[in-house]
Design a protein around this ligand. Sequence first.
Ligand SMILES: CC(C)(COP(=O)(O)OP(=O)(O)OC[C@H]1O[C@@H](n2cnc3c(N)ncnc32)[C@H](O)[C@@H]1OP(=O)(O)O)[C@@H](O)C(=O)NCCC(=O)NCCS
Length: 178
Amino acid sequence: MSAAVPVFPLQGVRCQVRPWLPADLPSLVRHANNPEVAAQLRDVFPHPYTVADGRAFIEYAAGGMPPTALAVVVDGEVCGGTGVIPGRGNERKTAEIGYWLGETYWGRGIAPEALALTTRYAVETFDVVRLEAFVIASNTRSCRVLEKAGYLREGVRRKSFLKHGVVHDQYCYAWVTP
Ligand SMILES: CC(C)(COP(=O)(O)OP(=O)(O)OC[C@H]1O[C@@H](n2cnc3c(N)ncnc32)[C@H](O)[C@@H]1OP(=O)(O)O)[C@@H](O)C(=O)NCCC(=O)NCCS
């Protein structure tokens, strides 16, 4: 499965991206326990986000080898996460990618950099040629993140996402290798 041995941390200018550690638990819960973050994500990202949720997530993340769930670190503190879901069968050259950031860190260009680092990691590690992301159509911040990281909007998945009892359209964005 793996095409290269990853070297961590993935180093950017604004942030680092690296595997989750047990010591990240308090920071994870502090930043993840926010309805504004959870509102844009699948229900597997709970709200409220408890210490038990965080512990279970870090245990899950540690099980991926190479890791598919990564922590975003700014000034030594974990403040968000990125994730890669490699496809299977005929879609094994595609992976889905996702990300979130604690609200106090928004607006500093951190997520586009974390996304670009994770995109390169996914290509090198999982031997994929396409990364795709699905965004609730009203989530303009996330659309900008994808565009700044070089993803192209390919289309609309109409009425594809149910969140809190409301059906949303999602945009499909993708990045492909040259
Ligand atoms: C989406 C998210 C990752 C953005 O991360 P970020 O590091 O703040 O991204 P950026 O700093 O590059 O800002 C992205 C855009 O948000 C907008 N934005 C930033 N700060 C803003 C603010 N204070 N008020 C309004 N809009 C703001 C801007 O339009 C910016 O684009 P621009 O640089 O072209 O002006 C973050 O808001 C988040 O985690 N949201 C909840 C989870 C989520 O949506 N995940 C993605 C699911 S697909």
